[in-house]
Design a protein around this ligand. Sequence first.
Ligand code: D54
Ligand code: ZN
Length: 275
Amino acid sequence: MEIRTASSPKDVKYYTTERLREEFLVENLFKVGEITSVYSHIDRIIIGAAMPITSLMLTPGEEIRAEYFLQRREMGVINVGGEGTIRVDGTEYTLKSRDGMYIGMGAKEVIFSSKEKDEPAKFYYNSAPAHKAYPTVHIKPENCVRVELGSLEQSNHRTITKYILPGQIESCQLVMGLTSLKPGSVWNTMPCHTHDRRMEAYLYLDLSEDSLVFHYMGEPIETRHIVVRNEQAVISPSWSIHSGCGTKAYSFIWGMLGENQDFDDMDGVSLGTLR
Ligand SMILES: O=C[C@H](O)[C@@H](O)CC(=O)C(=O)O
Ligand SMILES: [Zn+2]
């Protein structure tokens, strides 16, 4: 498990491109036949992926000193590859592309598999420390809350599908979903915001080989960018804006952990404030 420490905005404003990427960009999440994981000290999120050819069992790794991965944790998963299955303590769930799962604290055995070896499932996950066992649920995007935001005129017309949130799929602290831009729209989350109460992680998707996203981060008056390519993730500290502009329409999975689970508890940043 790779460990990343927390960082202060007082230091981050002096970082070079390379240092910014080292701290906040997660480049090689999807590895054929492997489960990868990055443990961040920021709210102790674990960001990872499973890309099974043969079955892959989730193991805790030395770093979390647990008997099993979800002993004191919960996890949200979204499949961004071909059809696959997740077996949780003997119960098998079949996840089509973009289906999700919430796996509650206490699940001992989590096994990832793909239906077709040449079109493997790609399970992206966010895991948070937990204190209570909420039910494990297969999440179908068609049954989720959907919000349409933005407009083509502002290049930010998008649909937000909320997978894990209070009132729909209960969790201890994880809130998770997927946002897709409409063709011709390239901006996500602009006007942007911060939420000092929660950190956030973004996984960018649906980018072709020849396209990329400029992800913006930093305090609103001290912004920086990170060039992000397909299936790469960005860790966004609570003090940072998180917004992106792509060379084409794309999607991204967002996951939040922290003080509260209130999606709308954000501090909007006016365009006039940004620097
Ligand atoms: O706090 C909320 C998160 O930043 C994202 O959900 C924003 C987002 O998906 C969007 O505006 O498109
Ligand atoms: Zn946010």
